[in-house]
Design a protein around this ligand. Structure first.
Ligand code: FAD
Ligand code: MLT
Ligand code: ZN
Length: 521
C-alpha cells in the first residue's frame, strides 16, 4: 500500500520547476489567491488593537522592512504591525486568520535565507517592541523574556549577574532572541553551549488563529508528554509566532584566550581540531576556520579590520578559543596544546590574545566576512553540514568548477560543528554561474548525507530543495503538522515547505519505483 502523503509528494514532485529571478534561485511561486488583500477595514482593526503609531505604512519604512539583509529578496508588503504584548499579538493573529491575511514574522531581519521578508503583500509582523525581560534567576541561570529582546542587550543584562547568553553570532546587536530561536541559530559558540534545542527551556507561542501556547517553564526537566516547544525551534515562523523565551544561560567565563593560527592544509586543520579537543578539553569554547580567500577579501573590503598575522600567509586560519574560570589553569593547557601542535608541525604560526580588546579585534575579522562579501557585490551563499573531513572539498570542487567565471570562491565556518559556509562572490547575479551551482551543490551534499542548511534555515532560498536533506515521508509529516497548526496557511507562506519539492535523483528513482509497484497491486 502506498500512503496518501507519499502520493501527494510524488504529485508535487512532478510539477517541480525553478524560477530564476535576476540570476538567483527562488521558488516558482505565484501569489496564492487563498489570501486576502489588505483592506482599509483591516488597517482600522489593527489600529484599534495596536494604536496608529504601531501600524506603519510609510514608504521609507516599508521599503527597508521589505528587503532582507543582503538586499537580495524584496517583498511588496503594504503594512507593518508592531505589537507590544502577547495579547495584542494574539488579537492581530485572530483577525489575520479570520480574514486569511498572510503574515511574515520579522525580528532583526538578519536572516540569510530570505525567510524574514515577504514575497508578495504579506503583512509584516515585527516583534521589536516585545522587548521586556521578565525575570532572571541568578541561581539556576534561567532567563525569561519577550521574543523581541536583542541578543546583545540580553548579554549586557546578564553580565551584571555574571552570566552570558548560550549563543553568540555576528549580528548580536540587531538580531532578536525570537529570531534566533526561530532559525535555531548556531553561531560561534555552539561547540561549547550546544544547540538552542538544548538550552531553550520553554516558549510562549501565538498560533495562527491567535491561541496562546504557554510552555514558559524555567525547569530543566519536564517529561510530561511531547516536548511541544521543539517544533517551533527552527520553524522559521511557519508554525506559530514566538512571543516569549525561557532559556538557560551559562556563567560568564572569567578567563578567555583566543588563538589565531595558520595551518598549511585541511588535514593539518583537522588534526589541530582533534588535538584541541584532547588538550584543551573542557575549556575549548570555539573552533572556527577561514581560508586565505576569505581573509584577503575581508581585509580588502574592510580596511579597518586588522590582520592578526600580517607576516604569515597560509591556506587556512583557525580561531581557537578557550573560556574557563581560572586563567592560570587555562594558560597552562593552552601552552601545552601549542607546544604539541608546533612540535608536530600542525601549525605554521600564530598569535594568542588574552585581553578583551585584542580578542575582540580577532573576532571582528571572523564575524565580518559576510559583511565584506556583501560589500564586494552579490553572494551565492551556502551553509552546509558535511562530514568534517570532506567539508572543505565542497569549496575546492566548486572553485574548480567555476574557474571559467570571474568569481571569488570563499570558504569559512564552524569547523568544530562540521559546518562549512561556501560563498561565491560575483559582481552581478549571473544565470550561468547559478546554473553551474544549483542543484550541483545540493547533490554534492545529499551524496554525503549532509544537510543543505546547517544553521541559516531554508527560507525562500532553499525551500524547494528540502528533499535533498529530508526524506519524502518526513516532508509529508511536516506538511501534516503545518496543516494542523495553521490550516489556512497564513504563517510565512511559500517558505520552508514549498508547493513543489525537488528530490535528488536517487530518492526520485525510489519514489517512482514504489509508485509503479503500488499501481500494480
Ligand atoms: P529574522 O531574520 O528577522 O527572522 C529569521 C526567521 O525567523 C524568519 O523566517 C522569520 O520569519 C522568523 N521569525 C523571526 N522572529 C520570529 C518569531 N518571534 N516567531 C516566529 N518566527 C520568527 N546565523 C547563524 O546561525 N550563525 C551565525 O554565525 C550567523 N552569523 C550571521 C552573521 C551575519 C553578518 C548575518 C547578517 C547573519 C548571520 N546569521 C547567522 C543569520 C541570522 O543572523 C540568524 O539566522 C539570526 O538568528 C536571525 O535572527 P533575526 O532576529 O534577525 O531574525
Ligand atoms: C557566519 O558563520 O559567519 C554566518 O553564519 C554568516 C555567513 O555564513 O555568512
Ligand atoms: Zn555560521
Amino acid at each position: 500500500m502506498i500512503c496518501h502523503g507519499l502520493l501527494r509528494t510524488l504529485r508535487l514532485h512532478a510539477q517541480t520547476s525553478t524560477c530564476k529571478r535576476a540570476g538567483f534561485a527562488c521558488q516558482a511561486v505565484q501569489r496564492d489567491s487563498r489570501y486576502a488583500a489588505l483592506q482599509r477595514l483591516d488597517v482600522d482593526v489593527f489600529t484599534a488593537i495596536l494604536g496608529s503609531q504601531n501600524v506603519v505604512q510609510d514608504t521609507e519604512t516599508l521599503q527597508s522592512s521589505n528587503r532582507d539583509w543582503m538586499g537580495k529578496y524584496v517583498g511588496q508588503s503594504q503594512v507593518i504591525l508592531r505589537p507590544s504584548s502577547t495579547q495584542e499579538l494574539s488579537k492581530v493573529m485572530a483577525h489575520c486568520n479570520d480574514r486569511k491575511l498572510a503574515v511574515v514574522p520579522q525580528a532583526g531581519n538578519t536572516g540569510l535565507a530570505g525567510g524574514s521578508v515577504p514575497i508578495f503583500d504579506e503583512v509584516i509582523l515585527q516583534t521589536a517592541q516585545m522587548n521586556r525581560i521578565h525575570s532572571f534567576d541568578e541561581v539556576s541561570g534561567a532567563l525569561q523574556c519577550q521574543a523581541g529582546c536583542i541578543l546583545g542587550e540580553l548579554n549586557e543584562h546578564l553580565a551584571a549577574a555574571g552570566y552570558v547568553m548560550p549563543l553568540d553570532l555576528g549580528p548580536k546587536d540587531k538580531c532578536q532572541i525570537g529570531g534566533n530561536v526561530s532559525t535555531n541559530a548556531g553561531g560561534l559558540k555552539l561547540i561549547r553551549y550546544g544547540s538552542l534545542h538544548g538550552s531553550v527551556l520553554g516558549l510562549e507561542v501565538v498560533l495562527a488563529n491567535g491561541t496562546i501556547i504557554d510552555t514558559m517553564t524555567p525547569l530543566r526537566k519536564d517529561n510530561t508528554g511531547y516536548d511541544v516547544k521543539q517544533l517551533f525551534i527552527g520553524a522559521e515562523g511557519t508554525l506559530g509566532i514566538i512571543s516569549g523565551v525561557s532559556i538557560l544561560c551559562p556563567p560568564k567565563p572569567a578567563a578567555v584566550n583566543l588563538m589565531f593560527l595558520a595551518v598549511q592544509d585541511w588535514s593539518a586543520a583537522l588534526q589541530t581540531f582533534v588535538r584541541a579537543k584532547r588538550k584543551l578539553a573542557e575549556v575549548l569554547s570555539a573552533f572556527e576556520f577561514l581560508d586565505s580567500s576569505a581573509l584577503d577579501l575581508t581585509l580588502h573590503q574592510l580596511p579597518h579590520i586588522v590582520n592578526p598575522l600580517p607576516d604569515h600567509q597560509a591556506p587556512f586560519y583557525l580561531l581557537v578559543e578557550t573560556s574557563g574560570s581560572n586563567g592560570d589553569h587555562d594558560q597552562s593547557k593552552l601552552k601545552d596544546f601549542l607546544k604539541e601542535a608546533k612540535h608536530d608541525k600542525l601549525i605554521q604560526g600564530g598569535t594568542v590574545a588574552s585581553d578583551s580588546a585584542h580578542i575582540g579585534e580577532i573576532w571582528q575579522l571572523r564575524e565580518n566576512i559576510s559583511v565584506a562579501l556583501n560589500k564586494a557585490g552579490k553572494t551565492y551563499k551556502y551553509d552546509m553540514s558535511l562530514p568534517v573531513a570532506e567539508m572543505y572539498g565542497l569549496v575546492e570542487d566548486v572553485r574548480q568548477r567555476l574557474q571559467k567565471y570571474p568569481v571569488r570562491v570563499v570558504g569559512y565556518g564552524h569547523l568544530g560543528d562540521s559546518n562549512v559556509h561556501l560563498n561565491v562572490s560575483t559582481e552581478e547575479w549571473d544565470d550561468d554561474v547559478l546554473h553551474d551551482l544549483e542543484p550541483y551543490v545540493y547533490d554534492w551534499v545529499a551524496d554525503r548525507k549532509g544537510s543543505i542548511s546547517a544553521e541559516h534555515g531554508l527560507g525562500q532560498m532553499k525551500s524547494q530543495y528540502i528533499g535533498y536533506t529530508k526524506q519524502p515521508d518526513t516532508v509529508d509529516m511536516m506538511r501534516d503538522l503545518k496543516q494542523l497548526l495553521d490550516p489556512n496557511g497564513i504563517l510565512n507562506p511559500y517558505k520552508v515547505l514549498p508547493e513543489h519539492v525537488s528530490f535528488p535523483s536517487a530518492v526520485n528513482d525510489r519514489l517512482m519505483a514504489s509508485r509503479s509497484k503500488s499501481a500494480s497491486y
